[in-house]
Design a protein around this ligand. Structure first.
Ligand code: ADP
Length: 286
């Protein structure tokens, strides 16, 4: 019988009813589906397998330290991603529910994030309060802490293809039109490095720690890196930054510190006054 969906056919996916395409990424197409056994809605990510005649990606025009490297959907990388994801169970990290493969494709059945990409929501909102930022950063920090401290995953790179902003941060539920639970995703396709001995530059320059851009070894994660600031040059421009708290500015400076030894770790982020609510300027008696 002919299947309605455009999802490549593979028998072990029979238990899922494909509902619609959710999006396409740099390496995959993602579909919304329903598990016929449990009724649960899921996302199915379909990645094409690497073939020998795939073009090499040349990133050297971006920075001389970045070497040519092959596409990342090589079997080893996908399997590593799957291995990593299988061992990660955290409320702020997208769960891998099932993995299977056919001759031409890998299939990752994932926790469905109904709210879509955080980036799109931020663009829609146009104004973003500190309170909302705290709600999001707190969840991201918990996820990164779990990756760093409890799973041994030392490096996380979000992905940003200039043509189609995609930070790999999703909203699980929209919770009354707002932003509810946040989930990190998409951190396996060459974006996770297990330890500091794996030092090949990977990910996207826009999110890469300065010492990697400058081809130095690194010892700390770019905790929740926002932009590559290779020379640490940024400013809190007036009047836009005037209403922003000193705690927020201190945190941003700490996270974007070029010197990896001085840069805030995720542990420092979690204990920072901006997240804990203990003001830098307020004495306990006031
Ligand atoms: P790639 O790794 O190939 O770049 P992504 O993980 O970025 O692919 O996924 C591509 C798109 O699919 C995303 O932009 C998003 O719209 C959608 N998507 C991916 N994973 C999920 C998910 N778990 N829940 C909902 N939508 C998802």
């Amino acid at each position: 019988m002919r299947r309605k969906s455009t999802l490549p056919y593979y028998p072990s996916l029979e238990r899922y009813e494909i509902i619609k395409k959710l999006g396409d990424g740099a390496f995959s197409d993602v579909y919304r589906a329903r598990d016929k056994r449990t009724g649960r809605n899921v996302a199915i990510k379909v990645a094409q397998k690497y073939t020998d005649d795939d073009p090499m990606i040349d990133l050297q025009h971006l920075h001389p330290s970045i070497k040519k490297k092959p596409r990342v959907t090589e079997r080893a990388n996908i399997l590593k991603e799957v291995q990593i994801m299988r061992n990660i169970h955290h409320p702020n990290i997208v769960q891998l529910l099932q993995f299977t493969e056919s001759r031409q494709n890998y299939f990752l059945v994932l926790d469905l994030c109904e709210g879509g990409e955080l980036f799109h929501r931020i663009v829609d909102l146009t104004y973003f309060s500190e309170e909302l930022s705290r709600h999001i950063i707190g969840q991201l920090a918990q996820a990164v802490y779990h990756l760093h401290e409890e799973c041994g995953v030392r490096k996380f790179h979000a992905f940003d293809d200039a043509s189609k902003k995609d930070e790999g941060v999703f909203i699980k539920d929209v919770g009354g039109g707002g932003i509810g639970q946040i989930k990190l995703a998409d951190f396996g396709l060459s974006k996770v490095v297990w330890n500091s001995s794996a030092l090949t530059p990977c990910g996207t320059l826009g999110y890469t720690a300065p010492e990697i851009v400058c081809d130095q070894k690194y010892s700390k994660g770019w905790t929740c890196g926002l932009l590559a600031v290779a020379r640490g040059q940024f400013a809190f421009l007036s009047p836009w930054w005037d209403p922003i708290s000193d705690e927020a500015k201190n945190l941003i400076q700490g996270l974007l510190c070029v010197d990896p030894d001085k840069r805030y770790t995720v542990r420092q982020l979690l204990h920072h006054p901006w997240l804990t609510g203990v003001s830098l300027n307020t004495s306990p008696s006031t």
